[in-house]
Design a protein around this ligand. Structure first.
Ligand SMILES: Nc1nc2c(ncn2[C@@H]2O[C@H](COP(=O)(O)OP(=O)(O)OP(=O)(O)O)[C@@H](O)[C@H]2O)c(=O)[nH]1
Ligand SMILES: [Mg+2]
Length: 159
């Protein structure tokens, strides 16, 4: 199973992956698309700069599920309305940094809903809150998608 995270720079994608795979949490700027275990990490600039969109789209075909990552302490929204329809895989919304004093999960949720996310998780990679539920959510959605779309893919596609 491959989970691809997309979101602006500093949204917390890499830190979330570190938490999900139980690695030491340390800042490590993502410089290129990186495959880390079951995850595909992407640099925020790839969604913030139009010219890189093609790369994200192509890589998304390698993923079973896409996570749009929104920092709950940021007022900026980089997701265009209806963005989820651009991907042919399930897309979930992920709200990060809910431990912060200036966290505003409600606003973050409204951004992700406008982007088209119907399933949204709230997490803190620092405290671990919500991370287990997110992990389970990824699994459940991928399994459902596989079951529903079996006939569209070769037998070994999801191996
Ligand atoms: N308080 C708090 N800070 C966080 C959390 N997650 C990430 N951060 C901090 O936010 C900053 C950016 O995190 P990254 O995970 O590197 O963000 P990114 O989305 O991978 O950024 P790019 O690689 O530039 O695309 C770092 O300083 C993290 O320590 C969180 O859950 N809580
Ligand atoms: Mg990163």
């Amino acid at each position: 199973m491959k989970i691809m995270l997309i979101g602006p720079s500093a949204a917390g994608k890499t830190t979330l992956i570190q938490r999900l795979i139980d690695e030491e949490i340390k800042y490590d700027k993502t410089q290129a698309v990186e495959y880390i275990g079951n995850f595909i990490d992407t640099p925020g600039e790839y969604m913030q700069q139009r010219g890189y969109w093609g790369s994200l789209t192509i890589t998304s075909h390698d993923a079973d599920i896409i996570g749009l990552v929104q920092d709950s302490s940021s007022e900026d929204c980089w997701f265009s309305g209806g963005l989820t329809s651009k991907f042919e895989k399930p897309v979930v919304g992920v709200i990060t940094k809910i431990d912060k004093d200036d966290s505003n999960p409600k606003q973050a949720r409204s951004y992700l809903e406008l982007a088209g996310c119907t399933t949204i998780f709230e997490v803190s990679s620092y405290t671990g809150e919500g991370v287990e539920a997110l992990s389970q959510g990824f699994h459940d959605m991928v399994n459902k998608y596989r079951e529903e779309n079996k006939s569209r893919y070769a037998d070994d596609y999801f191996d």
